[in-house]
Each structure stands twice: as structure tokens, then as C-alpha cells.
Design a binder for this molecule. Structure first.
Ligand SMILES: *Cc1c(COP(=O)(O)O)cnc(C)c1O
Length: 392
């Protein structure tokens, strides 16, 4: 008999009832060091007092009001994002997938309005993840996500990861946009050279195609800059944001420059919940805390510490781990043992990591993780590696 919860997930047998910073506590009182943070969602850890306060204060006043009316909390969040980024304008969504949908629509509408309605093609990359809507799975294109759900939305092409020559060859007079994660998350914490992102920008400038960055996972301070593309010194035309921006409350956004967004006039897009006062009150507080030079510098410092310890871990267990990869506190351990086995051994040591493609385990801790917790995390991963070796 089918379970009452549609069984689309493989769930670990833990029931967490409470969170405190980098820790999750089960119904049996067991404490787990959380290096997954809801897959880069709980950017400020669990139950951050300032977020709890922002949420509960707003909750006692007004939860939801339609976008038929003015929403000052949404305005404040958009203003903060515009002030701190390349963007001129923001549409607030509830998720990353919804942000992907709007990014696709915006790119196509742009060319339609230019009188080039045939420019509908969006170039994406192998290993990408942009969400689970029909549009987002068509963009990523992997068989794992698309099989059985056809016909897929037409107009997407996947290119080899990080291959600028392939982009050159694929760009043409039907190209509407290029969509790319500056650091792939689900794809296995795969970084791109600055030169690749710069190259994409230059190719888009030449061809006219819009450049879309998906910073749903790598954005909001995760890499030590507010957005990962800042490292490469290039800006997109459109950017998808979600996960960390809500600190655990469902929230996403599409950021765009004026040129790219010009076609999205009244009536062209909408959302019932997108930009509601509760989500935006929390999002504004997250922005206030994360978009701060001292906070971001701390992410960078802790990243260097974590990375150095992880290099030691890899050196100590070459049979289990191959390399450390990533940027900031978006770290990955490429495994030699099966990554899911390493995640499982971590569970036994009460440390939570997240598997990704390319046989990687992801370490996406709260950006507020302490130095002691980093040391504790590596000690637990070390014991997990010993256990994996013993099983082999
Ligand atoms: C998680 C993710 C999404 C989808 O976000 P949802 O909020 O799950 O819809 C899109 N792109 C990237 C890079 C992601 O990591």
C-alpha cells in the first residue's frame, strides 16, 4: 500500500524535534552536528534568535496579504537586494524552482519584445540542477530527473561542464540565454574557473544572449561573498536566489537588471504567496546579517580553517577520500568509498552530511558554525572514515 506521504524521498530514520545553531536534536534526545543545514538553507543555523524574533513579530501582526496591495516587507527586501547586488529589480518567490521558472520566462519575453520570438533557446550545463518543475528539469536535462515526464519543454541544450569552446559553438541567433550555477551543488560541488565565467559574460555581450546565474545554493554568503559570482568579477543579467535567503523559511527571488526585466510588465507574472510579509520579514533580517563585510570575512576565515582540516582528513584516509573541493563554506569531499556509505557512517558518529553527484559528500554548514564545531565535525568525520575502512 502506498504510504500516506508520497514516497518520493529516501529518508534517514531520524526525527528531529529541535534545532540549536549547528545542532539538531532527535525525539530521543540525540544531538547531531548538522553539516547539511537543510541543504544550504539554514544559513544562520537553527532557531537563530534574531530570525525567531523577526518571524514572530511579523506573525503577530500580519501573515499574508495579496500582491493586489502594497507589501512594505517585500519592498524592504527588494531594496536591500538591489542595494547590495548588480540587480535593478526583484521578484520574490517561495522557492528556487519558481525562481527558475521566472528566469526562463523573463529571458524568452525579452527576445519576444525585441521582435525576435525565435530566440527561445537556453544553454545549460551537464550536472546542473535548477529545480523540479517541468521547465527546470528540462533545463538541467539529466535522465534521472526527466525520464518519464515527457514531452519536455523544448528549447534547452546541455553543454559539457566548464567548456567555453562548446558554448561558443552552441551560441547562435536562436540563443535567448545561458543558465549556469557558478558553483554546482547537486552536481558535486563543482567550481568553475573565474576565466570561464568571464568568458561566458564576454560571449553573452557579443551575442546579446542574457546571462542567468543560478545562485540558489551557492549564494547568500555561502562562498564568503554575498554571491559567488562576485569572486569572478562578473555580473549576470538575471539571477535566481532561494535556500539561504530565507534562513529556513520558504523564500526565493529573481534578481535582474533593467534591460533583462523590461518585458515583465503588469500581468506577465505573479504568485499568490511570493513576497508575503512573513517570508520577507525573515529574508530582510537574513540580508541584514549576511550582507555585512565582517560576517562574510568570518565565513572566509572559517572556510580556510575547515578546508585545512579537511585536507588533513583526506591525507589521513586516502582509501576513503580523494580530494576537498568547493568555495567558502560550500565544501565537498570527493570520495573513493561510496559517498552514501560515508554519509551513513557519519550518521553513526552523529554528524550530518549530504550526498551529491560525482560521488561527493557535501559539507554545507550553517555560516555561523564555530571553530570548535568545525574541529568537532572533522573529528567525527575522521571516526566515520575509520568505520568505512573497517567495513571495506
Ligand atoms: C535547490 C536548488 C534549486 C531548487 O530550489 P527549490 O527551492 O528546491 O525549488 C535550484 N537551483 C539550485 C542550484 C539548487 O540548489
Amino acid at each position: 500500500m502506498i504510504p500516506s506521504v508520497l514516497p518520493t524521498y529516501n529518508r534517514a530514520p531520524f526525527t528531529f524535534v529541535k534545532g540549536e545553531g549547528s545542532w539538531l536534536i532527535t525525539d530521543e534526545g540525540r544531538r547531531y552536528l548538522d553539516l547539511g543545514a537543510g541543504i544550504a538553507v539554514n544559513a544562520l543555523g537553527h532557531a537563530h534568535p534574531e530570525l525567531v524574533q523577526a518571524l514572530t513579530e511579523q506573525a503577530s501582526r500580519l501573515w499574508h496579504v495579496s500582491n493586489l496591495y502594497q507589501i512594505p516587507q517585500q519592498q524592504a527586501l527588494a531594496d536591500a537586494l538591489v542595494e547590495k547586488t548588480f540587480a535593478d529589480t526583484v521578484f520574490v518567490t517561495n522557492s528556487g524552482t519558481e525562481a527558475a521558472e521566472l528566469a526562463i520566462k523573463m529571458a524568452r519575453k525579452f527576445w519576444y519584445d525585441q521582435g525576435q520570438a525565435n530566440r527561445i533557446e537556453i544553454l545549460a550545463f551537464e550536472g546542473a540542477f535548477h529545480g523540479r518543475s517541468t521547465g527546470a528539469i528540462a533545463a538541467a536535462g539529466s535522465e534521472k530527473m526527466t525520464k518519464g515526464f515527457g514531452p519536455l519543454m523544448p528549447g534547452f541544450k546541455q553543454l559539457p561542464f566548464g567548456d567555453l569552446e562548446a558554448v561558443k559553438g552552441a551560441l547562435g541567433d536562436r540563443t535567448a540565454a545561458i543558465m549556469v550555477e557558478p558553483v554546482q551543488g547537486e552536481g558535486g560541488i563543482r567550481t568553475l574557473d573565474d576565466s570561464f565565467l568571464k568568458g561566458l559574460r564576454a560571449l553573452c555581450d557579443e551575442n546579446g544572449a542574457l546571462l542567468i546565474f543560478d545562485e540558489v545554493q551557492c549564494g547568500m554568503g555561502r562562498t564568503g561573498r554575498l554571491f559567488a559570482h562576485e569572486w569572478a568579477g562578473v555580473t549576470p543579467d538575471i539571477m535566481m536566489v532561494a535556500k539561504g535567503i530565507g534562513g529556513g523559511f520558504p523564500l526565493g527571488a529573481v534578481l535582474a537588471n533593467e534591460r533583462a526585466a523590461a518585458g515583465m510588465v503588469a500581468g506577465t507574472h505573479g504568485s499568490t504567496y511570493g513576497g508575503n510579509p512573513l517570508a520577507c520579514a525573515v529574508g530582510s533580517k537574513v540580508m541584514e546579517i549576511v550582507a555585512d563585510d565582517a560576517f562574510l570575512a568570518e565565513v572566509g576565515r572559517k572556510s580556510a580553517l575547515f578546508r585545512q582540516k579537511l585536507e588533513g582528513l583526506v591525507a589521513a584516509h586516502p582509501e576513503v577520500f580523494e580530494e576537498v573541493r568547493g568555495l567558502g563554506l560550500m565544501l565537498g569531499l570527493k570520495c573513493k568509498a561510496l559517498n552514501t556509505q560515508v554519509v551513513q557512517a557519519g550518521y553513526d558518529e552523529q554528524v550530518l552530511t549530504v550526498p551529491a553527484a560525482d560521488n561527493v559528500i557535501r559539507l554545507l554548514p550553517a555560516l555561523t558554525i564555530s571553530d570548535d564545531e568545525i574541529a568537532e565535525a572533522v573529528a567525527r568525520l575522521d571516526r566515520a572514515a575509520v568505520a568505512v575502512k573497517a567495513e571495506a
